[in-house]
Design a binder for this molecule. Structure first.
Ligand code: NDP
Length: 499
């Protein structure tokens, strides 16, 4: 079993305490590796290394084209390790090998590449209009890195979410300390090893494995950290924002969701039914933007539900290393208890169970939950309001589109959503009225590296991906060059001098 170490200042090192913990495969409940349990002192060492690298300008002062060359070497190396990374990611997160090898790892690497290429093209200088009032001057904006960034990553898509933070932070010239989730720390350490092999200067990327309340809180509160990029639950996001407030850190938060899927009565049902299922059950519902509230019109309700129940029967749970398996377990025993608790609440609150509703009896090991569909769920029910983060779909009947949009927007969350209709202009009109950061039309989950991703309301602050996401890792400086070269032209100095 592989024993991993922390990655600090360009080297793999043990934690100060020497304590380690096992990483468990959620499908087998067996340990697959060990990682250090870092303490605050380890986090401080990593922050100091990042600070030193940033202040030395070994990376932040390098021409962006040189930074891009090194990061593209990282991309090439990651591509050559794609299969190995997919196997590690599947084993630590419980995602099926089908998903990690065909989607998460290759797309994560492509997103990394696209963000590096886009970052390279962001102009370092922006001209301002000619200014001659109160005096003739030349003005421009200099775009600069922020400094030391903390990247805090959850367990649901560890590699991809890490790529969304590391690539923009680094191409824009920052240094970073990454804290992966306690449950899924391995691909972060593998990325650090790859980056070091490709010539990334020491201290630019550091990885510290340890718990949120210990390592995560140190990263959020330490005065040497300038920015926090956090993905995780809304509850923890609130804590992160509060911790960052004392030192006025720039904070971007990508948080929870309860995304609506609005099926229109003119939808192509072969696309809409599978779209609703893909939106909810892909990766056992462990996506922040999962479409867990599905709004279906009364006119097609029975047909839709019959097809939905039939299609759920095709989802195959089991060995995540087998390419035939289409849905894995949830990430941990704690998450299993949480999801089963919500299913119980749904039953108690009177929702009608269409299928699923518990653990699959045929699987004796692993934290699996059957794909579960509830119907006749009022939008006020607990399972329609709270983020479950498991394979649980709530179907809500609606009378007309205005009614569906009102219910879709009646949520504290605002991350994603979808509209299914053959009438694309109508679908776009509905999409514009949904108060979320992303709306897919006739699809779900297809996050685009060049488009901003993030939430309205309690789903987050700021954006990841695309130019909007890259700019979150920069700050702007106004440089004013006064063109009055004679002392006599500077009449404003005389406001404080009499002569
Ligand atoms: P958290 O939000 O607690 O964890 C996300 C990351 O934050 C992890 O790296 C975690 O570390 C870290 N963290 C935890 N506490 C702190 C803290 N006080 N300060 C700084 N960092 C911290 O999510 P959970 O894993 O606890 O999952 C709980 C629920 O959150 C899920 O059921 C789901 O509803 C939601 N969730 C949403 C995600 C999203 O993408 N929107 C992703 C994951 C979960 P550690 O792993 O050590 O706790």
């Amino acid at each position: 079993m592989k024993k991993y170490q922390l990655f600090i200042d360009g080297k793999f090192v043990d934690s100060e305490s020497g304590e380690c913990r096992p990483v468990i495969n959620p499908a087998t409940e067996e340990p697959i590796a060990t990682v250090p349990v870092a303490q605050k002192g380890d986090a401080k060492r990593a922050i100091e290394a990042a600070r030193k690298s940033f202040d030395s300008r070994s990376w932040s002062g390098m021409d962006v084209r040189e930074r891009a060359k090194i990061l593209m070497r990282v991309v090439d190396k990651l591509r050559s390790r794609q299969e190995e990374l997919a196997t590690i990611e599947s084993a630590e997160s419980g995602a099926t090998i089908r998903m990690t090898s065909m989607m998460e790892i290759p797309i994560g690497i492509e997103h990394f590449k696209a963000l590096v290429e886009l970052g390279e093209r962001i102009p370092a200088y922006e001209p301002l209009p000619w200014i001659d009032m109160p005096a003739v001057s030349w003005n421009f904006v200099n775009r600069e890195p922020i400094g030391v960034c903390a990247g805090i990553v959850p367990w649901n898509l560890p590699f991809m979410i890490m790529a969304w933070k590391v690539a923009p932070a680094l191409i824009m010239g920052n240094s970073m300390v990454l804290k992966p989730s306690t449950d899924t720390p391995l691909t972060a350490l593998e990325l650090a090893a790859t980056a070091a092999e490709c010539g990334l200067p020491p201290g630019v990327l550091n990885v510290v494995t340890g718990s949120g309340p210990v390592v995560g809180e140190e990263l959020c509160a330490n005065p040497m950290v300038d920015k926090i990029a956090f993905t995780g639950s809304t509850q923890t996001g609130k804590r992160v924002m509060k911790l960052g407030a004392d030192t006025i850190k720039k904070v971007t938060l990508e948080l929870g969701g309860k995304s609506p899927t609005i099926i229109c009565d003119d939808a192509d049902l072969s696309i809409a039914v599978d779209g609703a299922l893909f939106g909810t059950f892909f990766h056992a519902g462990q996506f922040c933007e999962s479409g867990t509230r599905c709004f279906v019109p009364a006119s097609i309700y029975d047909t839709f539900m019959a097809q939905l129940a039939e299609r759920v029967g095709h989802i195959k749970l089991g060995d995540t290393a087998d390419y035939e398996t289409t849905m894995g377990p949830v990430v941990s025993k704690a998450q299993l208890a949480r999801v089963l608790g919500y299913i119980e609440t749904g039953r108690k609150e009177g929702a009608r169970l269409v299928c699923g509703g518990g653990r699959p009896p045929e699987l004796s090991k692993g934290w699996f939950v059957q794909p579960t569909v509830f119907e006749e769920v009022p939008n006020s029910a607990t399972i329609a309001r709270e983020e479950i983060f498991g394979p649980v779909l709530t179907v809500i009947r609606y009378k007309n589109v205005d009614d569906a949009i009102a219910m879709a927007n009646d949520s504290v969350y605002g991350l994603g959503g979808a509209v299914f209709s053959r009438d694309v202009p109508k679908a776009i009109t509905i999409a514009k009225r949904i108060r979320t950061g992303t709306v897919w039309v006739n699809d779900f989950h297809l996050v685009n590296a060049l488009a901003p991703f993030g939430g309205y309301k309690q789903s987050g602050v700021g954006r990841e991906l695309g130019p909007h996401g890259l700019l979150e890792y920069t700050q702007v400086k106004h440089i004013h060059v006064d063109l009055g070269l004679q002392r006599s032209q500077k009449f404003w100095y005389d406001y404080i001098f009499n002569d």
